[in-house]
Design a binder for this molecule. Structure first.
Ligand code: URA
Length: 434
């Protein structure tokens, strides 16, 4: 088999066989196929697309390019959750302990992530001592002990995706449905859970800008998961305004803890309930959505979910005395109020601009090597459809550098559109694919 023939076949609109896809992924992982041929194939796929069978074969080849976690030493059903990423997305910090409190085992591996804020593991590292470097054995043993664990990536998981994603990033070939779906799903399949719930974000702060694309991505990923013998469901949720109010690492932990106390923003709470219900339904723990929501509500409002969060932080070596009030973790920040320039209604909040404001303050990474400041960020005071008066506080910036504060203030004002006509509240849950 020759790589040049595979490239030409796809360039001409042909369907690649399983053997051809395996040849490419194995050769590329070993360094036998050079980047220039891999990028030519990625571009051919970008234009000619892949059908579902090719997409599933690509996913499985990438899953098998490295270690696949064996979680059979964990008793019971194991769940996992993935979000395609959005601004203010702290859902995992609430959902994982909540599911643990409901009796579902959750084995979550998270990346650090580039972008507006750190990833889930950066946020958890706000707790002094918290380790995200558990060995595979410790990860499994903790899940058997307390039901949940959140870890950085262990071992050599999906090396083909690591190489190919980095290559796609610099060859303008990220935005292809099959390549995105395969890239996300190979990592989830290698992480070994039985049930996977996907939160596919849609809007200005997300990869997928339209509902049509987000639903198509969600359906593709569900089908891949089912093709690989997993139980997968997807929720398509709105990202045309940030989730909750807080954007920034410790600020998001604070909002997550409020939600674990049964308080917190309505949209975050709703999303957690919907995702949690999907896991409970798929696991067979409940008969219907109503029963699922009752169980989730009870565990939030009774403090069981917050108790599980304490256990998670303590088990991974963190100081859980901050769990009830993580605001004590904020260091050396000035707070600065952003005021509305006019009377009116909030007609839109451009999520990616809000994310950029957090990044400028130092809350997110531009490159893998960037250091992030866990204390900085912003807390919005408005949602789309709210009425405001000139001079009202529409957001609070937490910053260590006054020049950056002023830059962020400008971006926040540009991101929050205030108009004269009232608008409807945005719908949060756009679709559920099961
Ligand atoms: N996230 C991934 O992990 N891969 C993609 O291709 C896009 C988003």
């Amino acid at each position: 088999m020759r790589m040049v023939d595979i490239i030409a076949k796809k360039r001409n609109g042909g369907e690649l066989t399983k053997e051809e896809i395996n040849f490419f992924i194995e050769g590329y992982t070993k360094g036998e196929i050079p980047d220039y041929q891999a990028s030519a194939l990625a571009m051919a796929i970008y234009f000619q697309k892949m059908n579902m069978r090719e997409t599933i074969d690509l996913t499985l080849a990438m899953r098998d390019s490295g270690d696949v976690l064996k979680l059979d030493k964990i008793e019971g059903i194991i769940g996992d959750k993935h979000s395609t990423g959005g601004v203010g997305d702290k859902t995992s910090l609430v959902l994982i302990p909540l599911m643990g409190a409901c009796g579902i085992k959750m084995a979550k591996m998270s990346g650090r992530g580039l972008g507006h804020t750190g990833g889930t593991i950066d946020k958890l590292e706000s707790f002094p001592g918290f380790s995200t470097h558990l060995s595979e054995e410790a990860f499994i043993s903790q899940i058997n002990d307390i039901g949940i664990a959140i870890n950085g990536q262990t071992g050599n998981l999906t090396p083909a995706d690591k190489k190919l994603y980095a290559l796609r990033d610099v060859t303008a070939t990220v935005e292809n449905m099959s390549l995105i779906a395969a890239s996300i799903m190979c990592k989830k399949l290698a992480a070994g859970a039985d049930i996977i719930v996907l939160d596919v974000k849609c809007g200005s702060g997300a990869f997928m800008k339209t509902k049509k694309d987000a639903v198509a991505l969600a359906k593709t990923m569900v089908e891949i998961g089912k093709g690989a013998g997993k139980r997968v469901r997807a929720v398509v949720s709105d990202m045309d305004q940030p989730l909750g109010y807080a954007v920034g690492n410790i600020l998001e932990v604070m909002e997550a803890v409020d939600t674990l106390k049964g308080e917190g923003p309505a949209d975050l709470k709703r999303l957690v309930m919907v995702l949690g219900a999907q896991i409970l339904l798929e696991s067979g723990y409940v008969e219907d959505v109503k029963e699922a929501e009752r169980m989730l509500k009870y565990n939030l409002e009774s403090g069981q979910a917050l108790k599980k969060f304490h256990e998670l932080i303590a088990s991974q070596g963190g100081d859980d005395s901050f769990c009830d009030d993580p605001s004590a973790l904020l260091k050396n920040t000035e707070s600065y109020e952003v005021k509305a320039d006019s009377d009116g209604y909030v007609t839109g909040i451009v999520s990616d601009k809000i994310g950029l404001a957090s990044m400028i303050l130092g809350g997110g990474r531009a490159t893998k090597e960037s250091q992030i400041n866990l204390s900085v960020g912003l807390v919005l005071k408005v949602k789309v459809a709210d009425q405001v008066k000139k001079g009202d506080c529409i957001g609070v910036i937490y910053s260590c550098d006054h020049a950056k504060t002023l830059e962020a203030e400008k971006m926040i004002k540009e991101a929050i559109h205030i108009g004269q006509d009232s608008v409807r509240k945005r719908k949060l849950i756009l679709d559920i694919i099961d």
